[in-house]
Design a binder for this molecule. Structure first.
Ligand SMILES: [Zn+2]
Length: 238
């Protein structure tokens, strides 16, 4: 498959960043042991963490290079979940990084095969008005990848039934932050459910929130014309 120059070339920097992101998964409580995996797009495909290696033993040369046909290079086998990473990139050509983990609260919800509805406006962080839970399929299979792609739709994260969650973003930092956000939402949703079913925001309000998220975190020079006024940003006087 041809090279894509909008992503970096393979090299020690991106391999190091993958290792740091994998270690951050443990540090943030999003994974234990070797159950999470991390990948980043490069111009010839993507780099992914190896199969069954504790994060403290990861080194740059253990990160596995794969192409977008699903072939790998070198002596180290890629993560058993490599196919979900590949299919995430194929479904979302602009996506630069993917994080998969069995974070405890998201996994608890996924074991009930429940997604996260708009009980809180922050579900918009995944790019839609709810976060779906993918149908169950055995880990590492094409069937699981297909279920993931169906649950993602236009969004950049989903739960995986009886398994965990997967999240993507333009960079490793953004993908990690979406995974962290999904875990926080799952935690808050499970807490809210202890008092019964929480109030769900309606489609009109979520459409408004999704529009507003396009300006969220941006400086005024990054906004499109009229966005500052439309989204009630404060007026600059000096
Ligand atoms: Zn997994």
């Amino acid at each position: 498959m041809s090279e894509n120059s909008s992503f970096p070339a393979d090299g020690p920097d991106v391999r190091r960043e993958i290792i740091e992101t994998a270690r951050a998964l443990s540090r943030l409580g999003l994974t234990k042991g070797t159950s999470g995996n991390v990948s980043a797009r490069i111009n010839s495909g993507f780099l992914v963490t190896p199969s069954g290696t504790p994060y403290e033993d990861l080194r740059e040369d253990k990160i596995v290079a794969m192409d977008l046909d699903g072939c790998y290079r070198g002596d180290v086998l890629p993560s058993s979940e490599w196919r979900m990473h590949l299919d995430f990139y194929l479904a979302k050509p602009a996506c630069g990084a993917v994080v998969h983990c069995h974070s405890p609260r998201a996994t608890a919800l996924a074991c009930h095969r429940r997604g996260i509805p708009a009980f809180h406006y922050m579900v918009a962080l995944a790019g839609g008005d709810r976060i779906e839970c993918a149908d169950y399929a055995t880990f590492g299979t094409r069937a699981l990848s297909e279920a993931m792609a169906a649950a993602l739709g236009e969004r950049n994260a989903c739960l995986l039934a009886n398994h965990g969650q997967i999240a993507g973003g333009p960079t490793l930092g953004k993908a990690l932050s979406v995974a962290e956000g999904v875990e926080d939402l799952a935690d808050q949703y499970l807490s809210a459910l202890t008092l019964g079913d929480p109030v769900i925001l309606d489609a009109t309000e979520m459409a408004n929130i999704l529009k507003k998220f396009k300006s969220y975190g941006k400086q005024t020079n990054e906004l499109e014309d009229g966005q500052a006024a439309a989204f009630e940003l404060p007026k600059r006087v000096g």
